[in-house]
Design a protein around this ligand. Sequence first.
Ligand code: ACM
Length: 547
Amino acid sequence: MIIPTPSRSSPRPGSYALGPDTPLHVADPALAPVARVLREQLLPGTGCTLPPGRGGIELGLDAELAAAAGARTGDGTGAGAEAYRLTVAPDGIRIAAGGPAGAFYGVQSLRQLLPPHTLRRTALDEGPWELGCVEIEDRPRFAWRGVLLDVARHFFTKRDVLRLLDQMALHKLNVLHLHLTDDQGWRLEIRRYPRLTEVGSWRTESQPGWNDTGDGRPHGGYYTQDDVREIVAYAAARHILVVPEVDVPGHTRAALAAYPELGNTGEQLRVATGWGVKPDILNVSDATLDFVRRVFDEVVELFPSPIISVGGDECPKDQWKASPAAQARMAELGLRNEDELQSWFLRQVSDHLRAHGRQLLGWDEILEGGPPPAATVVSWRDNHGAVRAAREGHRVITSPARRVYLDYRASDSPDEPVPVGTVLPVEEVHAFEPVPAELAGTPAADLVIGAQCGLWTEAIDNVRALDYQAFPRLSAFAETVWCAAERDPADFAERLAHHLRRLEALGVEYRRPEGPRPWQRRPGVRGRPVTMAEYLAEVEADTRNIR
Ligand code: ACM
């Protein structure tokens, strides 16, 4: 009944009773942090303190598991560290792992062997809980098992982010891609440029549905640098990498509102209050590039991630076309068009990140004028970016909007509380295959290091709405990146029915199988679902508009 389902699970005769007196033995000091999280996670809902001792749960390392080939990483590193074997026997529970990550995943599976109510914040009974004997062998299929959270369109508090990290950990997801800046808000304290948050983190109002006027309510918020340190450390204890995204050179209206000299027109702009792609982008002066470098200096100081996202998506070039300074820059550099100018811009950022020992991550638009060397590409506009990037030797993360953007409506019911027309039911998420068919069986497929789902938040303005959009589709997504390509939808449906009780115990307000309730309907949403053909036409039109 575990989600994501383990690679192999073999029931054995007998059972083990886990109770308040069950001890914990940690066989390797490298696993002490995993033991700490295990105690933290188990204590509230079971009352188990797991005193040190033998004959209960044992955590250990296994060199054979560590050496075995595991998840795709593109370069083969770290493969077996996420593998684990979980054995429930009449005389105790053993978790043997290739590395601390594997031990952590073994612990997450163990939590799912217990009754759902043991995931609550307080113990509803004292146990003991009988666990049927079993031997589980498990390892992920992909190295990158990501969730994107957009905290720019709507701000989610530090508490909300920590809560999402807990939910991700239960599902063995290991990358939180945090979209920190956009036209509608700048969410990261940058000491050198205080106006980014003083001015850029607030807007006067929001647009509740795509076709509506503003709601008249100010919205904003940002993370202090200490908030970020806390989020990063909390994630690391759960084997989750936080990958920050500061989107440049487009999606920068909030920064331009704070520092108009970064723009192309000199106009004093306001932080955007409506959605959609804005024409306002950074200029290409030395001073602006220096600003970008100084911002990334603070970003790399805060986020230990070896990979840092510069966004690079949806950057309309009209202002550069109209700007004598941008045109002069293009001429000076011998560039043929504005796509190449964006490539040059991102190359400067990439070089700077490399000087810090970090690599650049960008959306598939970075391919248009030629991507920086060694860039990793997140492909979101269907799969053509993934196919091109992998064939050109870049590492790829697939995140096709139509298949894994969880802010899309979950059914064609007009009561779905989101204005996004595209319908993406849970079954379709579960059927998602991260490796594009065009690459399957070719060497380039090895460059697909995983996939990530997207929680864009134009239509998600609070944590209850976030729960509704994310779950249970995020549980389905977890299977697509952890499990083998062949997955049985009926088996998933059965496990999901049980898993919903876990989500309930955790206080996750998932979307009910019967659909939205009347009180979840929101005013002003565009209720009409679109067909696949209409959707593809929209994608094409959008792509034309942003070129
Ligand atoms: C994106 O959805 N604009 C990456």
